[in-house]
Design a binder for this molecule. Structure first.
Ligand code: PMP
Length: 401
């Protein structure tokens, strides 16, 4: 008999499904703008020079492969907390942070949400920007945690909707959790300006909400890891007990190493110690302890002043190439005589551009031009390079003409 005859075929993942379709296409002109992974100007996966050097250094140390502690290496945790919250973070100085290594950004979100599900006894609902990364609501659904939407993107102005966002925040119950993209908002590429973050921080505090920052792109928005951590550090300075999910997939190009972190900034050291103990109990039954290779690379880079300087250069170089491709793509569409406005291509930041292409136009991009992107019209600008930018511009012009 078939013990699993009840199991239905599930739909392919909205983003990873695009990569699958791309792989099957045999056209030499095909372009994958679906998944958010950086490519160099030859459209090849990129290993950062700082990462290569770190790997060599680690290899020479002839290290063993013993288990890491449940929460990850404390040296690693300390380094990444400082990278996120800043060298001068009061929370770190006062030992009020509970930081663990996570299975990249997704694992940090999953662990953080699960922790909320088990231990949070205030308004246990997570408010997410509309739109947001598709995995955010999915993780909540898996865990049975209520999630709701707040206004973020205004499709008319193609800008951040500060007024709508503030109104929605005012309607949230005290203690609710508000999920914020720390920088390089996915999928819109639109972040609040510093003065807007200031306003958000004030009303979030007034409403006694708990801010949960998802920081998957530190360095990718502006090319500077400090600039991109502005909001996180501002909120900490304002006394919020923030939760922070970090990923080194994008900014170190360590996608497949699955290395990241989860930090709870707590009210006091005693609470942080209790939180840490419960995080360890939760991790123990999920995956027991984290993998060691990725965190060794991150530790090697962040603990060596020379390697860290090289890494900051590497991040800037990736961000700059994306900014250049935005410019070329916009010029390419405009010089073909497009009747539409395309300034959002260059005003949006980070890895993605929310093009405004409608689902039927997206379909034509793929069918006629072999260009793969998600149905919402989001393109990964990191997949554009000198040799395909004209093809992409031509396609975007033709499908919107
Ligand atoms: N959050 C957001 C908003 C993302 O875009 C991503 C990556 N696509 C992640 C989290 C996590 O990615 P990873 O698990 O690869 O670190």
């Amino acid at each position: 008999s078939n013990y699993w005859s009840n199991v239905p075929m599930g739909p392919p993942d909205a983003i990873l499904g695009v990569a699958e379709a791309f792989r099957k296409d045999t056209s030499p002109k095909k372009v994958n703008l679906g998944v958010g992974a950086y490519r160099d100007d030859n459209n090849k996966p990129y290993v950062l020079p700082s990462v290569r050097q770190a790997e060599e250094n680690i290899f020479k140390k002839c290290l063993n492969h013993e288990y890491a502690p449940i929460g990850g290496d404390p040296v690693y945790c300390d380094l990444i907390a400082k990278l996120g919250l800043g060298e001068n973070s009061l929370a770190i100085k006062e030992k009020r942070n509970a930081t663990v290594q996570s299975i990249s950004g997704t694992g940090a979100l999953r662990l953080g949400f699960e922790f909320i599900g088990k231990h949070y006894n205030h308004a246990r609902e997570i408010w997410m920007p509309s739109p947001t990364w598709g995995n955010h609501p999915q993780i909540c659904n898996t865990l049975g945690i209520t999630h709701k939407k707040y206004r973020y993107y205004d499709p008319n102005t193609l800008k951040f909707n500060l007024k709508g966002c503030c109104e929605d925040i005012c309607s949230m119950p005290p203690g609710a959790i508000i999920l914020l993209h720390a920088c390089a908002h996915n999928p819109t590429g639109i972040d609040p300006k510093p003065e807007e973050w200031q306003i958000l921080s004030e009303i979030i505090k007034e409403k006694r909400l708990l801010p949960f920052f998802d920081m998957a792109y530190q360095g990718f928005a502006t090319g500077s890891v400090d600039n991109d951590a502005f909001a996180v550090r501002l909120f900490e300075k304002h006394g919020h007990q923030i939760i922070l999910a970090q990923s080194f997939a994008k900014n170190m190009g360590l996608y497949g190493e699955r290395v990241g972190g989860l930090t709870f900034v707590c009210a006091d050291q005693d609470t942080a110690a209790k939180m840490m103990s419960q995080l360890k109990i939760m991790i123990r039954t999920l995956y027991s302890n984290p993998s060691i290779n990725g965190s060794r690379i991150v530790t090697e880079i962040l603990s060596s002043p020379e390697l860290k300087a090289q890494w900051l250069k590497d991040v800037k170089e990736m961000a700059d190439r994306i900014i250049l491709m935005r410019k070329k793509l916009r010029e390419g569409i405009e010089k073909r005589g497009s009747k539409h406005k395309w300034d959002h291509i260059t005003s949006q930041i980070g890895m993605f551009c929310y093009t405004g292409l409608k689902p039927e136009q997206v379909l034509r991009m793929t069918k006629e031009f072999h260009i793969y992107l998600t149905k919402d019209g989001r393109i990964s600008v990191a997949g554009i390079c000198s040799s395909n930018v004209e093809h992409v511009a031509e396609a975007m012009h033709k499908v919107t003409a």
